[in-house]
Design a protein around this ligand. Sequence first.
Ligand SMILES: Nc1ncnc2c1ncn2[C@@H]1O[C@H](COP(=O)(O)OP(=O)(O)OP(=O)(O)O)[C@@H](O)[C@H]1O
Ligand SMILES: [Mg+2]
Length: 148
Amino acid sequence: MKVYISKSQNETIDIGKNYAANLPPGSVIGLKGNLGTGKTQFVKGVAAYFEVNEIVNSPTFLIINEYVSNIGSNSGSNSGLKIFHFDLYRINSPDELSTIGFDEYINDENSISLIEWSEMAEIYLNKRLKTVSFEFGEEENERIIKTE
Ligand SMILES: Nc1ncnc2c1ncn2[C@@H]1O[C@H](COP(=O)(O)OP(=O)(O)OP(=O)(O)O)[C@@H](O)[C@H]1O
Ligand SMILES: [Mg+2]
């Protein structure tokens, strides 16, 4: 486990970028932590590493945002890797996930799934799940981020 102390939004974005560099396709990552602890900022960093062109914001109302990586789009390697960004905060029951085809998303081997509030999807997630946890630190803009 690695523990990071982030002092700003941009530091959290950088932590996400560095984390992304070691992610194989097919990874499923649960992002756990309270409202406002920086989960979405971390996803911004992951998307930046994969050279996603779209603006990354919170999918709270849509459940899922989908982005396409532009890494290797000239050479062909890794091209078309998709990033699925879920926010399950507003899910009332895990059944709603079968309606959106959650299983197919997370089993897509040419994608990386990042799931905010993954606690809501535990029955769908197997041992492949990696967790990143987020907590408030002592100072206003401090966040403690732990990666597995
Ligand atoms: N060190 C930090 N890392 C990340 N965000 C920070 C930090 N310091 C301050 N912030 C602010 O905290 C907020 C984090 O919001 P963000 O949407 O990333 O949280 P979240 O964990 O995704 O919350 P939610 O569960 O509501 O989706 C942003 O407004 C950001 O500017
Ligand atoms: Mg969020």
